[in-house]
Design a protein around this ligand. Sequence first.
Ligand code: A2P
Length: 272
Amino acid sequence: MDSLAHPTENQTGFPIPAGVFAETVTDVEHYTDRMFRFRITRPQSFRFRSGEFVMIGLPNADKPIFRAYSIASPAWDEELEFCSIKVPDGPLTKHLQKIVPGDTILMRRKSTGTLVLDALLPGKRLYMLSTGTGIAPFASLIRDPETYEKFETVILCHTCRTAAELTYGEALVKRLREDPLVGELARDHLIRYATTTREPTSRMGRITKLIENGRLFEDLDMPRLSPDEDRVMICGSMDMLADCKTLCQSFGLEEGANNRPATFVVERAFVD
Ligand code: A2P
């Protein structure tokens, strides 16, 4: 039985809106004072494509605020995982950052999004460009065997201000390489390329800069981006999306959509 909305009361005293799933928080992990992840139960009837987002809210008002959250878990997982920033005055995240296991999360029923394999033409390499919590849709896609059926090499680029903010992605890829289902595929076909911008680490700089000056391709020992072989997915802040989009276009790549697959796709990941 799904936990889909009957207009019932929950522990906060506010009604659960009709037509919305009410799910239970199973796990919360805080990485820094700006970033955390949480897991919730998954409604049995809920289907999504890896890379999509859903609208998430809290049952703390008569008309709860909903925000788009990329699903970070793969389609085969029995729970749902999300990554979130914490904004002190953010209408949703100021409350969301306080959730603990057992709390209720609201989730609208339909998932959607452009960071899906269907929106890209076949290619040789898939670059995933992410900053901050923009890694979430890629956390889903790198755990989906279909990603490796479609691409020979998958390069997960993640840039954050500090090393602590990279922890989620680092732990994720480490776990993935040991995974019985996709571990071997990930070991053979997935490369993680992580950089920081505000704390000294072994690899530094914005991904845009590292693409522009060719450093990314030197480090990977791969040719520069080409529309013949490379596909790119982009997820981060508005400025990052705009800059990466311009950069992709300068290499001759074209933006795709679900109904018009092409050579790169973009998704906005900004939540407050
Ligand atoms: P920087 O420290 O140089 O601003 P944020 O937490 O503010 O969303 O930033 C996450 C990461 O994204 C930071 O490392 C930040 O670098 C980087 N970043 C911010 N804006 C851009 C952009 N326009 N293009 C590429 N990277 C960006």
